[in-house]
Design a binder for this molecule. Structure first.
Ligand code: ADP
Ligand code: MG
Length: 174
């Protein structure tokens, strides 16, 4: 696990950094740290190609929230819900033809303010995404099969604090 920067991000409105994972378990550990530290209303917007590891990260978030039901890609369903410390709303925007279909498709729900939303294929929501979110772009590696670079941008003080809590303490990432 490599991290940068070793940040004190608390109080900032936007922050960014990157992580490198070398296994699915390491990506799940990143998710677990986020799930453990998340406050109500957290929105994790995941971006990356098929097989990048978005669902692995979502599984980790679920684990960190104490979700016990199985988290899979909700590709044929737009949103799955799971009970945990906070309710997990696991959204997959892959099948959305146009961003402005999001509301009609039921991707946004006022209850999300009280839970944690994890959105796969978040780029398909474009401007429909909440302004305040933690965006994580997952990039596969050209040569290392199990390596992923996770580039994150935290928007809003709540998400900057979440990133600080989850990522600045390396022990949480194991
Ligand atoms: P997505 O939801 O982005 O389509 P998945 O999480 O379903 O992707 O699948 C990711 C695949 O890549 C899994 O088969 C997983 O075992 C593999 N993988 C290999 N290395 C990693 C890594 N560092 N992080 C996440 N997944 C990885
Ligand atoms: Mg997936």
């Amino acid at each position: 696990m490599h991290r940068s920067p070793p940040a004190n991000l608390a109080g900032r409105r936007t922050a960014h950094g990157s992580l490198v994972t070398d296994s699915p378990a390491a990506t799940r550990a990143v998710g677990r740290a986020l799930g453990a530290a998340a406050d109500p209303g957290a929105v994790l917007a995941l971006i990356g190609p098929l097989g990048a590891g978005k669902t692995q990260l979502a599984k980790g978030v679920a684990d960190g929230l104490g979700v016990t039901s199985v988290v899979n890609s909700p590709t044929f369903i737009l949103m799955n819900e799971h009970a945990g410390r906070l309710r997990l709303f696991h959204i997959d925007a892959y099948r959305l033809a146009e961003p402005d279909e999001a509301a009609a498709a039921g991707l946004f729900d006022e209850r999300q303010a009280f839970g944690v939303s994890v959105i796969e294929w978040a780029e398909r929501l474009a401007d429909e995404l909440p302004d305040e979110r933690l965006e994580i772009v997952i990039e596969p590696d050209a040569t290392r099969h199990d390596r992923r670079t996770l580039r994150w941008t935290a928007m809003g003080v709540g998400h900057a604090r979440l990133a600080d809590d989850a990522f600045s303490d390396g022990s949480r990432l194991r």
